[in-house]
Design a protein around this ligand. Structure first.
Ligand code: ADP
Ligand code: MG
Length: 321
């Protein structure tokens, strides 16, 4: 298939929004929504850095999409559209592309979004997928990194470190896990589950918010810097699954690894302590677990405390450069 057949056969069926014009035009049109801001975000994932060539094609597609949906959710936006840019090595087959598109189709249903357009090119290097996602928030209501105030509580959705544990297993770290535990962790690496339904609630509750992609400490550092505050994290409160505890144990180093591993695609946010009961209510309502893990101070940077003592992490999170 050439590029135009790929677009027409594989991707046009995903372009369900009227403004996508069935991928038959040069550009797409997004209808302005009076009273709303359009929130835009972009993320690229590349073979060897963010996924393995042996990962299922559908999961790779869903990961490319979901790493963007976690950004939209953290900003309080409801997802609406996305653009897809593909750099395809010659080795990519029609079967692979078909499975890739099936993964996207499934997530489009789950999250109520549509493909709008994209670009397809031949790659000299490894497979890379770039997605730009669009969502809406009521005008002026995007949840920023800059709103945290001393005295706020710090929360995180879901569990932290599972994906990092899965990656460690793929990298052949020794373990004595059951098959179920192992599959849970590697599954989280291959297919993150960002708490998209919690995005709308965040707008009413959070003073600042960030998605956890590079590591909890590193990403909370963005809130600390953006808000001009310090953050104290209570290491023993970090929510971790039994599978991760079985892999890395209970000690300080285990917690240190979990909060710096990255690829969680959960949301970390701050809120006035008076919001706590509303946060618990929103958590029950959406089925997204939320845990209070720390407090905002007048200091700077993120400090990890374990049973009251400061614990130094060597590296707060993943860095590409
Ligand atoms: P141009 O040559 O102007 O860049 P293209 O041939 O790349 O145009 O794109 C033609 C149409 O197909 C456009 O609507 C574009 O958005 C869409 N398109 C191209 N590649 C993809 C893709 N990977 N996913 C979705 N839409 C795509
Ligand atoms: Mg093009």
């Amino acid at each position: 298939m050439d590029e135009f057949e790929i677009i027409a056969e594989i991707f046009a069926p995903l372009a369900v929004a009227p403004g996508a014009f069935g991928l038959k035009d040069d550009a797409a049109a997004i209808a302005a929504r009076p009273g709303f801001d359009l929130i835009v975000t972009i993320d690229q994932i590349a073979e060897g850095t963010d996924f393995f060539a042996f990962d299922p094609a559908g999961a790779i597609a869903q990961k490319a999409l979901r790493v963007n949906l976690s950004d939209l959710a953290a900003k309080g936006a409801e997802p609406a559209y996305y653009l897809l840019s593909l750099s395809l090595p010659v080795s990519v087959t029609l079967d692979w592309l078909t499975a890739f598109a099936a993964g996207l189709a499934e997530d489009q249903k789950t999250y109520g979004i549509s493909l709008l357009g994209g670009d397809t090119s031949r790659a000299e290097g490894p497979l890379a997928i770039t997605i730009t996602a669009f969502g809406f928030v009521p005008e002026g209501r995007m949840v920023k990194r800059s709103g945290a105030r001393a005295g706020d509580a710090v929360y995180v959705t879901g569990t932290i470190g599972d994906s990092g544990g899965g990656l460690a297993i793929f990298k052949r770290e020794k373990h004595a896990l059951t098959e179920t535990q192992r599959d849970h962790l590697t599954g989280r690496y291959q297919l993150p589950e960002p708490p998209v339904v919690f995005g709308a609630a965040l707008r009413e509750l959070a003073s600042a918010s960030v998605d956890v992609s590079d590591g909890l400490i590193a990403d909370l550092g963005h809130i600390a810097a953006g808000s001009g505050v310090g953050i104290q994290l209570f290491g023993e409160k970090i929510p971790r699954t039994d599978a991760l505890r079985a892999l890395w144990g209970e000690g300080m180093d285990a917690i240190g690894r979990a909060v710096t591993a990255g690829d969680d695609y959960q949301i970390a946010f701050t809120a006035n302590p008076a919001m706590d009961s509303k946060i618990q209510f929103a958590s029950r309502n959406t089925g997204v677990s939320v845990t209070c893990i720390g407090t905002v101070t007048t200091g700077q940077d993120v400090e990890l405390l374990l049973h009251g003592e400061s614990y130094n992490v060597s590296k707060p999170g993943y860095r590409h450069f």
